[in-house]
Design a protein around this ligand. Structure first.
Ligand code: NAP
Length: 323
């Protein structure tokens, strides 16, 4: 089954859209890439970066003649975009997306997809906290999972073609039910982001003195939360608005476990704390063994050298280390 497409239309050209453009071009998967976005300045930036061949602010124009259309905008924009592109979709085309939630996408995009067009929602489980066309890179999907949630009636051949497209960009692909995807992602991605937004928000509300010390000594765990909490506000607003049920279900479980942990701390239950921390360490190891992370610190990402801090007077903070 050929993973090659004649014309790929990317609606939205931020981190994910630009990474698809670069990866698809590098792997020779498409002849023509047409790009649509909302704002002229983003379109100009995409053109300067040479991400495609056709640039337009009109999503319907972008999809005309395309045999693969991928929505790469925030999920909250999908309903209006689907309505706008529907009349211009080619019979036989595949319409997909990259949104971080899937049931909502099926609900708001599905009804606009004309008969004869194959709707296969998708979600590459790959990303960074950076946004915009210049944030993309061709290797983003390499070794990462991409979940596809084919809708009823989609021919297997169309799904196989899209699977081949993602595999050629380096992804491992799994097909599943949209509701199952949303439940799994609620706990693996959405709740961790909620926790990061919350803890960084708590620090933001601390009085100035304490806040400056948290920032100064941020290597002790807080820094990794700030990376997650720097993720795009619009994208994450949409995730929590559109995956509400699964997030609330998982948050309920999380709160129960947190209460148990709170009790262990209060009662000084060392064995319970140690048993949990031993189990969680094993999970980290299994993620590394599965090739989804390296053992290096800081999420395995290369970092610029941090600036040398200004020398500050030594103060006693009660000891302790980086734990
Ligand atoms: P991004 O870097 O912020 O880019 C979003 C793009 O969508 C921009 O080109 C933006 O255009 C465009 N856009 C926004 N509103 C639009 C509208 N109403 N109509 C048309 N275009 C619009 O976002 P991203 O990180 O690539 O995320 C895009 C999608 O990927 C989201 O659905 C997200 O859930 C999913 N995703 C993200 C990640 C991640 O880690 N970032 C991972 C997996 C999946 P303008 O600049 O012109 O407004």
């Amino acid at each position: 089954m050929s993973a090659h497409f004649k014309k790929l239309a990317l609606i939205g050209i931020g981190l994910i859209g630009s990474s698809i453009a670069l990866a698809a071009r590098r792997q020779g998967l498409v002849e023509v890439i047409s790009i649509a976005t909302r704002r002229q300045e983003t379109l100009d930036e995409a053109r300067e970066l040479n991400l495609g061949d056709i640039y337009t602010l009109d999503a319907a124009e972008a999809v005309r003649g395309a045999d693969l259309v991928i929505l790469c905008a925030p999920v909250g924009a999908y309903a209006a975009l689907a309505e706008a592109i529907a009349p211009a979709l080619e019979p036989g085309a595949i319409v997909s997306d990259v949104g971080s939630v899937k049931e909502h996408v099926v609900k708001v995009v599905g009804p606009h997809v004309p008969a004869g067009v194959h709707f296969i929602p998708g979600h590459p489980i790959a990303g960074t906290e950076h946004s915009g066309p210049s944030a993309g890179f061709a290797e983003l999907f390499a070794g990462r999972w991409c979940v596809l949630t084919p809708t009823a009636g989609v021919p297997q051949a169309a799904t196989d073609r899209l699977v081949g497209f993602w595999q050629a960009m380096g992804s491992m692909v799994e097909c599943m039910d949209a509701a199952h995807h949303d439940m799994v992602l609620a706990i693996t991605s959405h709740i961790p982001h909620l926790i990061a937004y919350n803890i960084v928000g708590t620090v933001a509300d601390l009085e100035a003195d304490t806040k400056s010390e948290v920032i100064k000594f941020s290597a002790s765990g807080f820094r990794d939360f700030t990376r997650i909490a720097a993720s795009d506000p619009v994208m994450w607003r949409d995730v929590f608005l559109t995956n509400r049920d699964a997030v609330l279900e998982m948050l309920g479980r999380f709160n129960e476990d947190l209460s148990r942990l709170q009790r262990a701390v209060r009662t000084g239950d060392g064995p319970a704390l140690e048993a949990l921390f031993t189990r969680t360490r094993a999970i980290r190891r299994s993620i590394i063994n599965a090739g989804q992370e390296t053992a290096a610190a800081d999420f395995g990402r290369p970092h610029e050298q941090p600036p040398t801090p200004e020398p500050t007077p030594v103060r006693d903070h009660g000891g302790g280390d980086d734990a």
